[in-house]
Design a protein around this ligand. Structure first.
Ligand code: EPU
Length: 422
């Protein structure tokens, strides 16, 4: 297993380029199952979740190839042949919950899907009841047997579906299913995340009739068939924000090329509130911090609120704040696994329920740390970059699920970080 060794305390400066968004690429790969021609996704980094999804599509009968387009950008081309299976097996679902995204497309196109029911994970129970209830509204029959959800239908029929809570992949699953359903579907209380809009954009390029994405009501008029398409995926707003925080936490000056400030409003506002300067540059975002880190409060919320996927990283930053910061996690019930590790570096954090009270300390000290999930790993890396001494982060396979060679980007900004074998 790989570990990161970080010798902290160096202000990062310079610029690096953001990758394509994992959480937009996975639904786009799932959407390829709906298409009668090849789907080409442009801007696809090498991430473990993306190769796992590729494996899943392979099992279902698609041919997935990586390559480069004329401008040298990394692309993935997916051609689905005759479907060879309609099953997402436990072995894959247990390593990547986003596998559930094939449920809607398989059902809509082939009338059948068998998906291993994901269990809880490191950040919460994460049920998929809203996906199933929505598909049932569209006429699917679902049942649970031997740990698998079996869903069948003759043809999905458009319907009104109101989600009980905002669910990103739930909205995406329903949007894909409704794209090939008979008649009109209206999704209310839909997730408004930019990744949902990115998927809608691909589906429209495939011939789908979708309106309202980006608002809480999405209207989908089903069509008979969808064709292949080429799609340039959006920039990863979470990776971009993580890199900007790497600049801010080390008292540096970092520009992330390709970052779209429009989708990062809540994080950039908090960065400004904390005393960092934030600028939109020509084609990117720059953060610079010279003075003290002001402690600020953060409460996660569905988009356009502060993203839960940045909570752990922001907490690392607040550990060095000049006062108290209250961080409330409202999306996932168990997303504080990084707290115990940050404490080992000298952080002053008390957790009560879904709230962490962070009392800033003047410095963190390097320590051996255990990564527990994707974003928790990123927060430990940020803390390690700012800490005095050496930090070792174990189990960075979690980080590799969603960050494309993060250490190279950080090194290019002047960080002293290396990947070594345990
Ligand atoms: N929920 C239910 N029932 C459902 C669906 C969701 O109770 O049927 C609950 C969840 O348990 C959670 C809340 O609703 O408490 C929101 O969950 P959501 O469905 O929005 O999460 P997700 O779609 O499974 C995506 C991202 C996550 C990100 C969340 C929230 C992808 C592939 N994953 O997950 O990304 O944290 O939205 O923004 O898009 C990550 O990248 O590190 C990551 C975990």
């Amino acid at each position: 297993m790989d570990i990161f060794v970080i010798r902290g305390g160096k202000p990062l400066s310079g610029s690096c380029r953001v990758s394509g968004a994992k959480n937009a690429i996975l639904p786009a790969m799932a959407a390829s199952l709906l298409a009668e021609g090849p789907v080409e996704i442009v801007g696809v980094p090498v991430l473990r979740d993306i190769s796992t999804f590729g494996k899943l599509l392979g099992i279902l009968g698609s041919e997935v190839t990586r390559g480069f387009d004329a401008s040298g950008t990394e692309t993935v081309r997916i051609v689905n042949g005759p479907v060879s299976s309609m099953e997402a097996p436990y072995e894959l679902v247990k390593t990547m919950r986003a596998s559930v995204l094939v449920l809607g497309p398989l059902l809509a196109r082939y009338g059948r899907a068998r998906i291993s029911l994901p269990g809880g994970c490191a950040i919460g129970a994460r049920p998929i009841d809203q996906h199933l209830r929505g598909l049932e509204h569209l006429g699917a029959k679902t049942s649970l047997s031997e740990g698998y959800i079996e869903a069948t239908t003759d043809r999905l029929k458009g319907a009104s579906v109101r989600f009980d809570m905002k669910t990103v992949t739930g909205t995406e699953n329903l949007m894909m299913a409704a794209a090939l359903a008979e008649g009109t579907t209206v999704l209310s209380n839909a997730a408004q995340e930019p990744e949902v809009c990115d998927l809608a954009c691909l589906l429209r390029a495939m011939g789908a009739d979708i309106e309202g994405d980006g608002t809480d009501e999405i209207v989908i008029r089903g069509v008979q068939t969808l064709k292949g398409a080429r799609h340039e995926v959006m920039a990863d707003r979470i990776e971009a924000a993580t890199l900007l925080l790497a600049g801010a936490i080390t008292g540096g000056d970092v520009t992330v090329e390709g970052a779209n400030s429009r989708y990062m409003g809540a994080v950039l506002d908090k960065l400004r509130e904390s005393g960092a300067e934030v600028y939109e540059t020509d084609g990117g975002v720059r953060t610079k911090r010279a003075g003290a880190i002001r402690s600020v409060n953060v409460k996660t919320a569905p988009y356009p609120g502060f993203p839960t996927d940045m909570q752990a990283q922001f907490m690392a930053y607040m550990c060095l704040g000049d006062g108290f910061s209250i961080i409330s996690e409202t999306i996932f019930e168990n997303r504080f696994m990084h707290v115990a590790e940050l404490r080992r570096m000298g952080a002053g954090i008390d957790v009560s329920g879904n709230t962490a009270a962070v009392k800033g300390v003047p410095k963190l000290s390097g320590a051996p740390l255990m990564a527990t999930d994707l974003r928790a790993s990123a927060s430990l890396v940020l803390a390690g970059l700012a800490a005095a001494g050496t930090t070792e982060v174990f189990r960075i396979y979690h980080l590799d699920r969603g960050y494309d060679l993060l250490e190279n980007k950080l090194c290019s900004l002047g960080a002293d970080i290396e990947r070594v074998k345990e």
